[in-house]
Design a protein around this ligand. Sequence first.
Ligand SMILES: [Zn+2]
Length: 205
Amino acid sequence: MAKAKTKKKHTKSAVVTPTPVVLAPLKWRRSPNFSSRRGTKIDLLVYHESAGHYQGDIGWLCTPTVYGPEGNVISGPDASATAVVREDGGEITQLVHVKDKAWTQAAFNARALGIEHSNITAKGYSTEAQLRESARFFAWMCWKYDIPVRIARAGQGPGICRHLDLGAAGGGHTQCGMGDHDFERWMHMIALEHTRGGFRKTYLI
Ligand SMILES: [Zn+2]
């Protein structure tokens, strides 16, 4: 993280966040696992967590998928993500263009950006540093793509959800995502970042 600058700023709303964060440096590595959104508007941001390390996750999600004659998967992940957030939140790699559909949450792919969070903690969810950086990242996506900072329960309506909220239509990944308490806490962090604003105009491509 960059050195904190002492900077006093008076704002009407006096919004205070514990540690001001900026968007993590963004790297680009193209995954071959994507398809067209066919112009579907993005209105859903989906939180995912992997059970692996950052570089391993990226390597796997960028591995070409080989299909058999019936469309069955012979090898490869048959999956991808729009971007992967490193364990410490200090770097993000984008794998699929925003205009394209990453294969991350089955029936919800066309309207969603799916973001993986690398993590192998016993707790099974993100580190605090990762959550803080990710909150800034999700706030940027809400701002950029005009998505409200609200929980989209079961993927209903625009907003943010965890993969586990999407049920069978989302691929049935019932373990993918933090518990309710932490999810609500993280949503609050996103709301604070969204209010704090001051976003750079370009980031994801
Ligand atoms: Zn997931």
